[in-house]
Design a protein around this ligand. Structure first.
Ligand code: VL7
Length: 135
């Protein structure tokens, strides 16, 4: 395995999370709370099988997938929509497409040095987050 995402990662930067949440239709009050959060990601990777847990003091989200297998994802605790979701490798990047009511929805993860990068897209909004490994 050329790249291993496993580990515990703490958010260090979050650009345009507001725009991403607006695109998802998240209400004002929830956006104000969510914008203050510093999520922690716990990723378990076994070959092509992943579990990504996103923890905050407000809400948590857990999501498991196998590369190339499309399944129904319900974004519970976020915008509570159903998507047909599939994650693929693009070289060492993890590319997720979330087909559903929202156009152009998905995310990309990659590792750069000791950083985990995440780009979240919905419609014309892109949020860019960076995480560092917990020491
Ligand atoms: C993306 C949340 C905003 C509602 C709560 C905010 C709590 C934490 O898609 C994500 O991760 C992928 C890639 O790592 C794996 O599932 C999580 C979080 C964006 C969208 C919606 C605000 C309310 C957020 C659970």
């Amino acid at each position: 395995m050329a790249v291993d995402y496993s580990g515990t990662w703490d958010m260090v930067s979050n650009v345009n999370f507001e725009g991403y949440m607006v695109a998802l239709g998240i209400d004002f009050a929830t956006r104000k709370i969510a914008s203050m959060l510093k999520p922690q990601k716990v990723i378990e990777q076994d070959g092509d099988c992943f579990t990504i847990k996103t923890f905050t003091t407000f809400r948590n989200y857990e999501f498991s997938f196998k590369i190339g297998e499309e399944f129904k994802e319900v974004t519970k605790g976020m915008d509570n929509r159903s998507c047909q979701t599939v994650v693929s490798w693009d070289n060492h990047k993890l590319v997720c497409v979330q087909k559903g009511e929202k156009k152009n929805r998905g995310w990309i993860h990659w590792i750069q040095g000791d950083e985990l990068h995440l780009e979240l897209t919905c419609e014309d909004r892109v949020c860019k987050q960076i995480y560092k490994r917990t020491l």
